[in-house]
Design a protein around this ligand. Structure first.
Ligand code: A2P
Length: 274
């Protein structure tokens, strides 16, 4: 078990189970440093989005890192304002230009914009069939969004990226995705930093000599969830990856499962208004 372990998507593509998230990281030096430190620490996946405004820096860091492009799994997302068929095709080219890449590993619909996600998906399918993207998926989709999408989709999404952490463990949606062979990827795996002071997580971590952040990320790994913690600090980027030398007991896994409060720190896809 290690940093480069992968999960297999339903089209056979191997996706690392652990990576760096760069939401709320500034373009330029901040994101360049974060991505370079992560790649130095052995991370092999970076998750960005057009809406984050930092694809250019991500691309620059990848290029300058010395790590082979083929060894890095790069994800970006189509922004809400660019959803629709033609708009998505154009947005993809724009993202690729900023990233400085020819092909992308994973392209995601950022949010289920009600009136356009079906057309957006058609464009994703085209890009996939054209060989521009190795895998396609969605973010923030609930079961009913998948059901609507699958009425017209030819290709089932391979990934659903959702807010997921011990206060929002998303069990029913995870179960649905498992049945559908859709990989679940956790964003805000540390609750956007809000869970770092949780006493239960601290107490569990002390038993293993690990921080609450490491406990939460290890909980993801043991649940088979893909996880992408964000940090702009070198030592934290390293610390977050140092989770492959211990294993949470079933009892501790259960205790963390029981912390669920269905509490969101981000937007609710049901009440989301672009
Ligand atoms: P920073 O970027 O300043 O290091 P999430 O991944 O759930 O969105 O959480 C990210 C938040 O948690 C950021 O505020 C980040 O701050 C902070 N963070 C990430 N890793 C750690 C860590 N190992 N220890 C403490 N804070 C962390």
């Amino acid at each position: 078990m290690g940093l480069t372990d992968t999960v297999t998507l339903h089209n056979g593509v191997q996706m690392p189970q652990f990576g760096l998230g760069v939401w709320q990281v500034d373009d330029g030096d901040e994101v360049i440093h974060s991505v370079k430190w992560a790649l130095e620490a052995g991370y092999r996946m970076v998750d960005t989005a057009a809406a984050y405004g930092n694809e250019k820096g991500v691309g620059q860091a990848i290029k300058e890192s010395g790590v082979s492009r083929d060894d890095i799994f790069v994800t970006t997302k189509v922004a809400n304002s660019n959803q629709g068929y033609e708009e998505t095709l154009a947005a993809f080219e724009d993202s690729m230009k900023k990233l400085g890449l020819e092909t992308l590993d994973l392209y995601l619909i950022h949010w289920p914009v009600a009136e356009s996600f079906v057309d957006t998906w058609k464009a994703m399918e085209k890009l996939y069939k054209d060989g521009r993207i190795r895998a396609i998926g969605v973010c923030n989709f609930h079961q009913h969004h998948f059901e609507k999408l699958m009425e017209t989709a030819e290709i089932k999404p391979m990934v659903n990226q959702i807010e997921l952490h011990p206060y929002l463990n998303q069990e029913p949606l995870r179960q649905f995705c498992k049945e559908q062979d859709i990989v679940v990827e956790a964003y805000s795996p540390l609750g956007s930093g809000n869970l770092l002071q949780n006493e239960d997580l601290k107490a569990i971590g002390e038993k293993y000599g690990k921080s609450p952040a490491q406990v939460m990320l290890r909980w993801d790994i043991q649940h088979g969830i893909v996880t992408i913690p964000k940090s702009v600090h070198k030592e934290r980027i390293q610390q977050n990856a140092d989770i492959f030398d211990f294993e949470l007991t079933q009892e501790d896994m259960d205790e963390i499962d029981r912390l669920n409060q269905n509490h969101r720190f981000g937007w609710n896809p049901e009440r989301f208004d672009k």
